[in-house]
Write a protein that binds this ligand. Structure first.
Ligand code: HEC
Length: 219
């Protein structure tokens, strides 16, 4: 077998396949096997984002109508609807949610992704994505203001002149304010990466809301 070049390549191919399976599947599995998959409430109590509160202040009437008060319940509801819209609108067709440890991606988007970040219901179906027509979104939290997202979903070229992203007018009501789906998808987008230290509002200054149990972890 080792007399021919093709034999060597065959064995090397099998070897590298085995190695990558070991490093990318078996190893992470052994590290995270005991970790529970987080549900929506467990995600929400890790911290309501600054941007969710900002939406409530910016669009008080619409916010009240669609979500009521800022609370862990309304926050997890917005995340749930936003995530569903992201899947349904096929945003994943043009956007990935995974910072790879190659090509200096961390310089552009922030810390390299790790397996534990995906151990929750909002990564079902897994939204790594395979195409990047637009930028990766897993570190999008607080990168732009809510206003920017509103303008962008209404008409992407208004803030990114060369954009090929379609406009999403159905995220708005007749008056041009973001509707329930619009607020939810902004909440979801602004949540992506908010669990990291790099998120500017990470340290402690979350909104003061009546906390349901469990209380710890809310910040
Ligand atoms: C046809 C491909 C395409 C689709 C579908 C698409 N996008 Fe985009 N998106 C882009 C491109 C290209 C950009 C970069 C230019 C720009 O900012 O508009 C972008 C930019 C963005 C940005 C700004 C990222 C940043 O900080 O610069 C966000 C947020 C975003 N898209 C969210 C979404 C969401 C949410 C959906 C689904 C509702 C979606 N996109 C659907 C192509 C797409």
């Amino acid at each position: 077998m080792f007399e021919s070049k093709s034999g060597i390549f065959f064995v090397a191919g099998l070897g590298f396949f085995g190695l990558s399976f070991l490093v990318m599947a078996v190893l992470p599995w052994t590290i995270y096997a005991g970790e529970k998959e987080l549900d929506l409430n467990e995600l929400a109590v890790r911290g309501i984002t600054h941007e969710f509160v900002d939406l409530a202040e910016r669009y008080p009437e619409q916010f009240k109508k669609h979500f009521g008060e800022v609370s862990y319940e309304s926050f997890s509801e917005a995340l749930r609807i936003g995530h569903r819209a992201y899947v349904a609108e096929a945003c994943w067709h043009c956007h990935s949610q995974f910072v790879r440890p190659v090509s200096n991606e961390d310089l552009r988007w922030g810390p390299v992704s790790h397996a534990l970040e995906y151990q929750n219901v909002l990564q079902r179906p897994v939204l790594f994505g395979t195409r990047r027509v637009g930028p990766d979104l897993i570190r999008e939290a607080a990168r732009r203001s809510n206003d920017w997202h509103v303008a962008h979903f209404w008409k992407p070229t208004s803030v990114a002149p060369a954009s090929v992203m379609p406009s999403y007018r159905w995220f708005f009501d007749a008056e041009g304010y973001p509707n329930k789906k619009g607020m939810a998808i902004i909440t979801y987008i602004q949540w992506l990466g908010s669990w990291l230290e790099e998120y500017p509002y990470f340290h402690g200054e979350g909104p003061d809301v009546a906390a349901p149990a469990p209380k710890e972890g809310a910040s």
